[in-house]
Ligand binder design. Structure first.
Ligand SMILES: Cc1cc2nc3c(=O)[nH]c(=O)nc-3n(C[C@H](O)[C@H](O)[C@H](O)COP(=O)(O)OP(=O)(O)OC[C@H]3O[C@@H](n4cnc5c(N)ncnc54)[C@H](O)[C@@H]3O)c2cc1C
Length: 396
């Protein structure tokens, strides 16, 4: 059996794990990442690619703004393209309640330094004439952007490796134990044991049991946000279009395909790592598209997929130091928002490990914040998840 000693070991080579490894390696800190599949093979490589600032939970906005500054420099930083495109992001309103939400959110973002334009119906349809008659107005956030999620993790991993990080793929962590006197011993299904002073639990939808092993049980659950893509069509959509209630969102790639997503999220089997998109989701999404962008009603969907994402009932991640175990840090259950904040999550974790603290506010993400009543908004969750998921997972 080979035993490797490292300052830090990270379980999980998604964006959280890879961006943390990069941030640590940049500061010359020895780090090993252990990834069961290939880097970015789960949520981090299956996502929509949306780097959305507007309509983000305000508790996440300082972290998200830090991340957006990093995305704006990402290709220079990592030395390769991840198809970063600062297209902006439009949220069309189709009801008086949506208009009210838009006004309130734009005002709430201002103190954080995020400028969101509120547009009336005429201006919205002038700028994006393909939107349908049901649109009553919109908000537009010009700093919002997109990337190709399939490129991001491998780019982070390559950059981290160049700086000395060790990233081992196709290896499964099978057990973690405390070493007498401090630190951790991580066992794997291969001829490798890693001993480290700091352990980062970045195992995505599979992170809960490791936290529970250290007495930190959280009510996390897995679900799949449905994604679809059309055949390529001539370019006509520039920004991301995203209905205020999340019922439908779409964007066009540089190659012309239109990526489509929309609530509710579907059940997934995290244990077998198998997912399935019911065909009814395609007809539902196309019906919604026909209302918000009627010119798209005859586009053909050529592929549908989802991924296995970790969620918590208050729709915020667990992110920060363990409350029970020195040297252990958690970063998981990003609730469908972890791509955008990913670079800043890695930077903050490196600060926590190397500096013992961070200037970025992370208190709302503490692992010990849960009690039976911690549900963001039951009506909102009912709209966003298939009933089968909530029946099994939410406190009654
Ligand atoms: C379909 C979809 C669309 C999304 N769209 C967006 C979006 O547009 N914008 C946005 O900001 N976010 C989006 N998200 C969310 C975002 O993709 C995730 O929050 C983010 O990628 C989480 O990264 P992660 O590294 O924490 O988890 P993951 O990418 O899931 O990585 C965790 C890794 O841990 C590994 N692992 C688990 N257990 C073990 C073990 N025992 N041993 C070794 N390795 C292990 C897994 O193999 C996995 O690779 C979307 C998610 C999905 C699924």
């Amino acid at each position: 059996m080979t035993t490797r000693t490292s300052e830090v070991c990270i379980i999980g080579g998604g964006l959280t794990g890879c961006s943390t490894a990069y941030a640590l390696a940049r500061r010359k800190c020895p780090v090993v990442v252990l990834e069961r599949g290939f880097v970015g093979s789960q949520s981090s490589g299956a996502n929509f690619g949306n780097l959305r600032l507007q309509f983000r939970n305000l508790k996440q906005l300082p972290l998200a703004l830090r991340a957006q500054r990093m995305w704006e420099e990402i290709e220079r930083e990592l030395g390769e393209s991840v198809e970063f495109a600062q297209t902006g992001h439009v949220m069309p309103a189709v009801s008086a309640d949506h208009l009210r939400q838009i006004d309130e959110h734009a005002a709430a973002c201002k103190p954080y330094g995020l400028e969101v334009e509120v547009l009336d119906r005429a201006e919205t349809l002038r700028r994006w004439p393909f939107l349908g008659d049901i649109v009553l107005g919109s908000s537009f956030s010009p700093r919002d952007a997109t990337v190709n999620s399939r490129l991001v993790c491998p780019a982070y991993a390559r950059a981290a490796r160049r700086l000395g990080a060790e990233i081992v793929e196709q290896i499964t962590v099978t057990g973690v134990e405390r070493i007498a006197g401090g630190g951790f011993r991580i066992r794997t299904d291969r001829d490798l044991v890693v001993e480290c002073a700091h352990l980062v639990n970045a195992a995505g939808a599979w992170a809960g049991p490791l936290a529970a092993q250290f007495g930190e049980t959280v009510p996390d659950f897995a679900a799949g946000p449905v994604q679809m893509v059309t055949e390529p069509v001539p370019r006509f959509v520039w920004p991301v279009i995203h209905a205020v209630d999340g019922g439908i969102l779409f964007r066009q790639t540089a190659r012309g395909n239109i990526l489509i997503a929309g609530h509710p999220r579907v059940p997934v089997d995290a244990e077998s790592r198998r997912t399935r998109v019911p065909p009814s989701k395609a007809t539902m999404n196309m019906a919604r598209l026909a209302l918000i962008a009627p010119c798209m009603k005859h586009h053909n969907i050529i592929r549908a997929w989802t991924g296995i994402e970790g969620y918590l009932p208050d729709m915020l991640p667990v992110f920060g130091p363990s409350r029970t175990t020195e040297g252990l840090l958690h970063a998981f259950a990003f609730c469908g928002h972890g791509l955008q904040i990913g670079p800043a999550v890695g930077a903050v974790l490196a600060e926590l490990i190397l500096d013992g603290g961070t200037q970025t506010p992370i208190a709302p993400f503490a692992i010990d914040r849960f009690d039976d009543a911690t549900v963001a908004d039951k009506a909102k969750l009912k709209h966003e998840f298939d009933a089968e998921i909530l029946e099994r997972k939410l406190p009654r």
